[in-house]
Design a protein around this ligand. Structure first.
Ligand SMILES: C[S@@+](CC[C@H](N)C(=O)[O-])C[C@H]1O[C@@H](n2cnc3c(N)ncnc32)[C@H](O)[C@@H]1O
Ligand code: SF4
Length: 375
């Protein structure tokens, strides 16, 4: 059982906070699609003939693709891999790309889950983020998708935005609930090097809100969503029961995945590799048979750290038995001691062999994870 991620490195406009790999020039689009299909073929053995249960078009903005371009990629996947009949096939979209025709086209190819990048329903916030759509357009796009019979919809929202009022954040969450989306990914803004926001912060033109305020937005999010029937199944992810993202869940449970396209990452249990983060070089490397990725063979320590990093974020938790299986005696003692300290500090709790984050622990998840890492 495995998943395939396809990175589509194009966006119609650069958002002020984003450092994902993309370009706003579409001149290499056709060549990228061909290179992606070639990479699919070259990697046909990477997943050891495992059944493909999930395909995820991410980006960038996959919804800018024409239907026939998505079709070309899916055909090459079906030709080279064994694809499950109950495939989850997700496509990330920007609200103003999705027309009736496009949704029809994508779903007729087997796309059965749409992820909508909304970020906020507040038009002032959307302007600050340099988004291409309004709050109303998010609403109408979600309604359109639902009218066309798709219930499996994720909406991306962001909090921790400078100047975001708690009332405005609560309003974003309530609007999402009223819209009856079945999944919400709520990301806390991170200021990434090279972005417009990074430069603004450096120049003193933008001031990041205090941790206390951002943490209160995290707590509001949990309270509002849990009270309205959502499961908080991963730090940034909530779903109506049974609507978890199967694709992302497989990342967090250590399943194999193949990442195709510039900047995409892959993992097969033993090795991880990551593709060139440059469209032109990616195309040229695939055309000429030159290497288009770097790879790392995972050390025993990497595997333990990876296990902690991925499980602690989720409601699956970290198993002590599994830690014992992965570690030597000294490493086991070291990790167990730290886990117990976090329990004493009420940042973790222990139940039936598993350690889970408490609500206070969720706020400190990154620090707890790095403290648990073996160096
Ligand atoms: C890389 S985008 C791809 C989807 C699509 N292009 C869009 O913008 O909706 C996936 C999500 O990552 C989140 N994201 C990107 N940069 C972020 C940042 N610096 N801090 C927090 N969330 C971020 C946004 O919520 C975005 O919707
Ligand atoms: S958030 Fe999405 S649309 Fe905006 S630049 Fe990043 S990938 Fe592109």
């Amino acid at each position: 059982m495995a998943g395939i991620y396809i990175h589509i490195p194009f966006c119609s406009k650069a958002c002020n906070y984003c450092d994902f790999h993309f370009t706003t020039s579409f001149k290499l689009k056709e060549q990228i699609i061909s290179a992606i299909c070639k990479e699919v073929e070259l990697n046909r053995s990477y997943l050891d003939s495992d059944l493909i249960k999930t395909i995820y078009f991410g980006g960038g903005t996959p919804s800018i693709l024409d239907v026939h371009e998505v079709e070309k990629i899916l055909k090459s996947i079906h030709k080279n891999f064994r694809v499950s009949h109950d495939l989850e096939c997700t496509l990330e979209s920007n609200p103003n790309d999705l027309t009736k025709e496009k949704i029809n086209g994508f779903t007729s190819l087997g796309v059965n889950r749409l992820s909508v990048g909304g970020q906020s329903f507040n038009d002032d916030q959307l302007k600050k983020l340099n988004r291409t759509h309004t709050g109303k357009q998010i609403e109408s796009t979600i309604k359109l998708i639902q009218d066309m019979g798709i219930k499996n919809i994720n909406l991306d929202l962001m909090y921790g935005l400078p100047g975001l009022k708690n009332t405005s954040w609560e309003n974003d969450l309530k609007k999402s609930i009223d819209l009856e989306v079945t999944h919400l990914s709520c990301y806390c803004l991170t200021i990434e090097k090279g972005t417009v926001f990074y430069k603004m912060v450096k120049k003193g033109d933008m001031i990041i809100d205090a941790d206390k305020k951002i943490n209160s937005q995290f707590l509001i999010m949990r309270e509002v969503l849990i009270n309205n029937g959502f499961d908080h199944y991963e730090i940034s992810n909530f779903c109506i029961p049974t609507y978890e993202s199967k694709h992302n869940t497989s990342y967090w449970s250590g399943k194999k995945y193949l990442g195709i396209g510039p900047s995409a990452h892959s993992y097969n249990g033993k090795k991880r590799h990551w593709n060139i983060k440059n469209n032109f070089k990616y195309i040229e490397a695939l055309r000429s048979g030159r290497p288009f990725y770097e790879e790392e063979i995972l050390s025993a320590k990497n595997i333990i750290n990876e296990y902690i990093l991925t499980r602690i974020r989720t409601t699956n938790g970290v198993s002590l038995t599994k830690i014992a299986l992965l570690t030597n005696q000294a490493e086991y003692n070291n990790i167990k001691k730290k886990l117990s300290q976090f329990v004493d500090e009420s940042l973790l709790y222990y139940k039936n062999d598993y350690f889970f984050l408490t609500q206070d622990g969720m706020i400190l998840c990154d620090k707890i994870t790095s403290d648990l890492f073996l160096m």
